[in-house]
Write a protein that binds this ligand. Sequence first.
Ligand code: LLP
Length: 424
Amino acid sequence: MSNPLPGSPFLAYRDAQLHLEQVRLQDLAQQHGTPLFVYSKAAMLAALAAYQRAFQGRRARIHYAMKANSSLGVLQVFAQAGCGFDIVSLGELQRVLAAGGEASKVIFSGVGKSRAEMQQALQAGIACFNVESEPELDVLSSVAVSCGLVAPVSIRVNPNVDPKTHPYISTGLKGNKFGIAHDRTLQAYQHAASLPGLNVVGIDCHIGSQITTSEPYMDALDRVLDLVEHIEAAGIPIHHLDFGGGLGINYNGDTPPAADALWAQLLARLDARGFGDRQIMIEPGRSLVGNAGVCLTEVQFIKPGEQKNFCIVDAAMNDLPRPAMYEAFHQIVPLHTQAGDSVVYDVVGPVCESGDWLGRDRALQVQAGDLLAVLSAGAYCMSMSSNYNTRGRAAEVLVDGASTHVIRQRETVQDQMRGEHLVK
Ligand code: LLP
């Protein structure tokens, strides 16, 4: 095809049928029902390999930001590939351990960790707490002292860099709730170094998500290194530098830099500024899984309207919340291409909200019963799904070459009602 699909070369039409690796997606939809998430293991490992190439010969560790997709079968792929994990809750730590990951390669991000989460993560022996405020430093130190442990900490700095992405997913600007302001960083480090339950090990930043140019990263890197120079001049050594995640993917002709190209640039700058020997850490999420996954859905009804035609499918905003939340664009393509005229539709789900749309103004040649794939659905879809309208979560299948593995069964209504009680 002249315009390759996001997810290619693992996602491609052969004989007019959409395949992921060697598996015909129509067969999976027929076997497991829809909506169905399907992921390519090879696509995930290829995305990871781009980062691994960049860091060859360096002291570096990749922590998969599992909020992007925290299904156990997905975590297992990254654990087996030697990755660490970036977590934001105790639940995520429990998932890492259940998937065979190591606590000693886990970093814990997030602005609102509870004491119970701090204590259990400390006792599990995680690698680092990425602390986001001065009060959090105090609480973490007191929790550590009360357990007779010392917490390894990095402070998340807010470099005040505009990543030029959707406002809901910018995180490194002054007005965001994340990190410690650039000009308070030195004080925060001095405070951390004075607390008995903390051991300062690093510095971290994360400026946003779906970033498609390298400039915001270069700016953030320079600003973080300026801070490291100040902090070390004050006698506090910084052993690791964590530059977060954020690299974008191709949803609709987006052209983010390749991970290895971006990092070649960043590492050259690190070397030039004399920090090339430091331990590097990163926390990519979307760029490792986003284009490794698709969501298969069946057309329920075609509904011509006065102003718009609607293509009503069986996937909805509870399965794929990104369009409703961020007006995000996901390509929607047929599993089986056919000749014929296309009609422009809004592709919508069955949920009772006007915001329940998956794609607007899409030219499709479809009828009821046809199968479609929503592309670039590996990141922030299943992990953000809900049971709204008492819809069960979709099933998930991992494809590996020609073999397929169900990594999540379709949720039943009994699963959903477990733990609920009538008043006696
Ligand atoms: N590290 C931290 C501290 C983060 O907050 C995030 C994402 C990441 C790493 C991973 O970023 P990534 O490499 O995936 O861009 N739900 C939104 C995305 C929210 C991202 C939040 N933080 C979406 O669907 O676009």
